[in-house]
Design a protein around this ligand. Structure first.
Ligand SMILES: Nc1ncnc2c1ncn2[C@@H]1O[C@H](COP(=O)(O)OP(=O)(O)O)[C@@H](O)[C@H]1O
Ligand SMILES: [Mg+2]
Length: 234
């Protein structure tokens, strides 16, 4: 099996001295290609910190993290940005779409940065927007879309460059539970049809249970790693 993510004894300390916060305390994690993994745990347990470090948005205090076989500590900031752009897709709780761009332009943004020619990227993204259920809404701006629809645009953007890994930090936190369920079905469908590896954090039990593997974080440590039905905290 190919490891898409591998961390060894990962720690993250914010601040120093009396105000130091130990957000991660030695995380060892291996994600194989094609896994669909949820991460849960109390607020402040380190979920966002771990996602940010795996996604090369932040660096650990110590320990090692490799994504798609590349050791992130060996990369310069410029190389990290390139790795983020080419191999990792992100979905955030607050969508993070660009307000002045249409759904199509938002979804193709990463492809544009990568220099994919316009005709080619339009075609690819039109198809993706259909895949995520936004047929006919290509020219709407974020303000003309519901929260669930905006998150669908963000999902299309995250997978447009066919990344090795998609990270989602509480992707359903800002929508009602029915919309959240539909978004999870969408992610699961994309995982099944395209074989995309997903790691997402969540507070919601239904979302946790939709995964094949659940990581439960407590005080910066992985306290449980296994099938959702085996976790006594659920
Ligand atoms: N930029 C930061 N500066 C200082 N402390 C932080 C920062 N980000 C997160 N923390 C702290 O690190 C711990 C883990 O936070 P976080 O990773 O956001 O947890 P979660 O996503 O599980 O709620 C918390 O105690 C939080 O207050
Ligand atoms: Mg968080």
């Amino acid at each position: 099996m190919v490891a898409i993510v591998e961390t060894q004894n990962l720690t993250k300390i914010y601040g120093e001295g009396e105000v130091a916060v130990h957000a991660l305390r030695g995380v060892d994690l291996r994600l194989e290609q094609g896994e669909f993994v949820s991460m849960a745990g109390p607020s402040g347990s380190g979920k966002s910190t771990l996602l940010n470090i795996i996604g090369a948005l932040d660096r650990p205090t110590s320990g090692r993290v490799a994504v798609d076989g590349v050791d992130l500590s060996s990369l310069s900031d410029t190389e990290l940005s390139r790795l983020r752009r080419e191999r990792i897709g992100f979905v955030f709780q607050s969508y993070n779409l660009i307000p002045v761009l249409t759904a199509l332009e938002n979804a193709e943004y990463v492809l544009m940065l990568q220099g994919v020619p316009p005709a080619q990227r339009h075609e690819r993204v039109r198809e993706l927007l259909r895949d995520v259920g936004l047929d006919g809404m290509e020219n709407r701006r974020p303000s003309e879309l519901s929260g669930g629809q905006q998150q669908r645009v963000a999902i299309a953007r995250a997978i447009a460059s066919e990344p090795a890994l998609v990270l989602a930090d509480e992707p359903t936190a800002n929508v009602d539970s029915k919309t959240g369920g539909a978004l999870m079905e969408l992610l699961h469908g994309l995982h099944e049809t395209k074989g995309i590896t997903f790691l997402f954090s969540t507070h919601e039990r239904l979302v946790m249970r939709s995964a094949e593997r659940l990581l439960w974080l407590r005080d910066g440590e992985i306290a449980y790693d296994g099938p959702p039905e085996g976790n006594s905290e659920l």
